[in-house]
Design a protein around this ligand. Structure first.
Ligand SMILES: Cc1ncc(COP(=O)(O)O)c(C=O)c1O
Length: 380
């Protein structure tokens, strides 16, 4: 049975050129980038090159990129270090109810330390109203963290508008761009972003690597303490092969961005029209047309999402329910709960289909075919 992977928002397959670059780098450049001999200098050169590509991709300076182990570390660093280092200025933080757990958990941790967190609500499209951000900001607010694009329903937030609001205050503005990076045009200066999180494995790069953009206008202490790597902002010997692979993934994504976005939007329309033709009773969650091109959340009416998922898995098709980063654990989605309310059937009857490298129209066709079989079986 040919397996079909439609869960690219959870993680994506490594691009063959990324694999090659990572392997060749691991084989040939094993020097420690902090060493001053030739082996070290070669590794340092690769690191500097990669940093420059990352910086350019978001309109930042090379010195503003801190390489991390991925989205979770970038998010944790941005939230926890900002809060702790600015504690004397205030203990109030703002975020939204639909953030990834890599933001929500650190926020809860900070609450346990005596910080106060405002969790902004969203509308039925998963949008945070910038006016709510404006009215929630207080003199003691030190951080506003609102995601760029949502991982479960694909909603894109009004980041530039929120950035402009936060820029008028003393607060820092962080955005989790883990899902948006690659397909969306991100400019940290234009959107007045102070901190931004990115992860490589969502864009066909290796797992366990990412970066945190830290504007030169702000100060952020190191989350990892030890050596003086990353100009003392993130201790630990750099994973040069993974970083070189990540750089390759960014270059490929930039070259293919426009075609990929178009292709994913077409696949989205295909899912919707084929499901409609097949007579499936469903609705799209969120603002699919204006959202992230690779994410489509569907409410398949009266079908529990865990049963649908397991049955499709047995037939060789991988999709997901809710956030896949809490994998294996299908709890009611906090995102759908925030959008539609706790008792709405959508919360337990929704699945996410997400596209990426290698997704073909034929795969969508097979997904719909098998979904019809499972839905009819489960309805009996
Ligand atoms: C929006 C968002 N933020 C953060 C993360 C965590 O990133 P990582 O898996 O690189 O730690 C994810 C992963 O799914 C995500 O979708």
């Amino acid at each position: 049975m040919e397996k079909i992977y439609l869960d690219h928002a959870a993680t994506s397959p490594v691009h063959p050129e990324v694999l090659e670059t990572t392997y060749e780098t691991m084989k040939n450049f094993y020097g420690n980038a902090s060493s001053i001999h030739g082996f070290g200098r070669e590794a340092r050169h690769l690191l500097d090159d990669a940093r420059s590509v990352f910086a350019k991709s978001i309109g930042a300076k090379q010195s503003e990129i801190v390489i991390t182990s991925g989205g979770t570390e970038s998010d944790n660093t941005a939230v926890i270090e900002t809060a702790l280092s600015r504690e004397s200025m205030g203990k109030h933080l703002i975020t939204s109810k639909v953030e990834h757990h890599a933001i929500l958990e650190p926020m809860e941790y900070l609450e346990s330390l005596g910080f106060e967190v405002t969790y902004l609500p969203v509308d039925e499209f998963g949008q945070v109203d910038p006016e709510l951000v404006q009215s929630a900001i207080r003199p003691d607010t030190t951080l506003v963290s609102i995601m760029y694009g949502n991982n479960e329903v694909g909603t894109l937030m009004n980041i530039a508008e929120i950035g402009a609001i936060v820029a008028e205050t003393e607060s820092y503005f962080h955005t989790d761009a883990v899902q948006a990076y690659g397909l969306e045009e991100i400019d940290v200066k234009r959107s007045q972003i102070d901190l931004l999180s990115v992860s490589a494995h969502k864009i066909n790069g290796p797992k366990g690597v990412g970066f945190l953009y830290v504007s030169e206008a702000i100060h952020l202490p190191s989350f990892m303490r030890g050596g003086e790597q990353e100009t003392k902002r993130r201790a630990g010997t750099e994973n040069i092969p993974a970083i070189a692979g990540f750089k390759k993934a960014v270059e490929i994504m930039q070259a293919e961005k426009v075609q990929r976005k178009e292709a994913y939007n077409t696949l989205k329309q295909q899912v919707v029209s084929e499901l409609t033709e097949a007579g499936i009773d469903f609705e799209v969650n969120g603002a699919s047309e204006n959202g992230l091109a690779h994410v489509l959340s569907l409410w398949i009416k009266e079908i529990p999402s865990d049963q649908l998922l397991m049955n499709l898995d047995l037939m060789g098709i991988a999709i997901s329910a809710g956030s896949a980063c809490t994998a294996g654990n299908i709890e009611p989605s906090h995102v759908l709960t925030a959008m539609y309310g706790e008792n709405n059937p959508r919360v337990s009857q929704s699945v996410r289909v997400s596209f990426g490298l290698g997704t073909e129209p034929q795969m969508i066709h097979e997904l719909v075919e098998k979904l019809v079989i499972v839905v009819n079986r489960l309805k009996k």
